[in-house]
Design a protein around this ligand. Sequence first.
Ligand code: SF4
Length: 303
Amino acid sequence: MESFNELQREILRLKAEKNALILAHYYVPLEVQDVADAVCDSFAMAQKAAGAENDLIVICGVRFMGESAKILSPDKTVLLPSPDAGCPMADMVTPEDVMRLRKLHPEAKVMCYVNSSAAVKAVSDVCCTSSSALRIARKLDCDEIIFVPDKHLGSFVAAQVPEKRFWLHDGFCPTHHRVTEADVLAAKRAHPEAVFAVHPECGEDVVKYGDLVGSTAEILDFARRTGAPEILIGTESEIVERLRRELPEKRIYGIGSSFVCPNMKKITLRALYECLRDEKYQVELPEDQLRAARKSLDEMVNS
Ligand code: SF4
């Protein structure tokens, strides 16, 4: 406790006073993660919010994460510390895009990555996370799948489910998309003994080098369990920092020169403090959208 700075202590005081639950994504700054009740990926955040007794939930993440928490906890107050922290990939697909793809491929079911707006979830058949996408695609009762918005995760899944036809939207995460094959090869040359754990939001020419291709939580788990003393991490830089702190006996390296999600860095301690102090930036969604988006998330959980 003594190592917390003044702002962190104030946040913890307000959190206790208001009986708030603070949930943080792995990509927000470590100093924000340090005052959270739990640090997790986006869907686990929404599930924790729904399972908690607290009526006030603060989601330290980007907008779609706050929306997912609200969808699963419609009666709770869900706050986002930085309302302008969006996800460019989620913004690349609209409900109109989904309806257009449905018209073109009327036999297909729509699978949407959880990194999407509530409005897009509301017009999809089922959601998925990066760790459940493959299982859900295999199980889905159809021969054709429209996958939105991430073309990289979509093609990673499609390659492993050859019995189905995929129609991919052309969205991508600018942060993961930026990393190139040359970046991986340079990192491998610098650390030839290292194993490589990579997120499927990266392009195919990067993912193909992965000893593990998995979600953020799976990458963390892999790094903890592997006997390899050197690990290359193919995802957002905060994961590298977190692992360096958690596993000082291992050598953890990032890939490329700036593997940073600028939107996640908008969730600063100051933004969290002011959000909690003023109980501002509530997530509000129309009733019909909440209900329809909930169906896609429930479908994912039950698949
Ligand atoms: S890392 Fe990519 S997918 Fe995640 S919030 Fe940032 S832009 Fe969106």
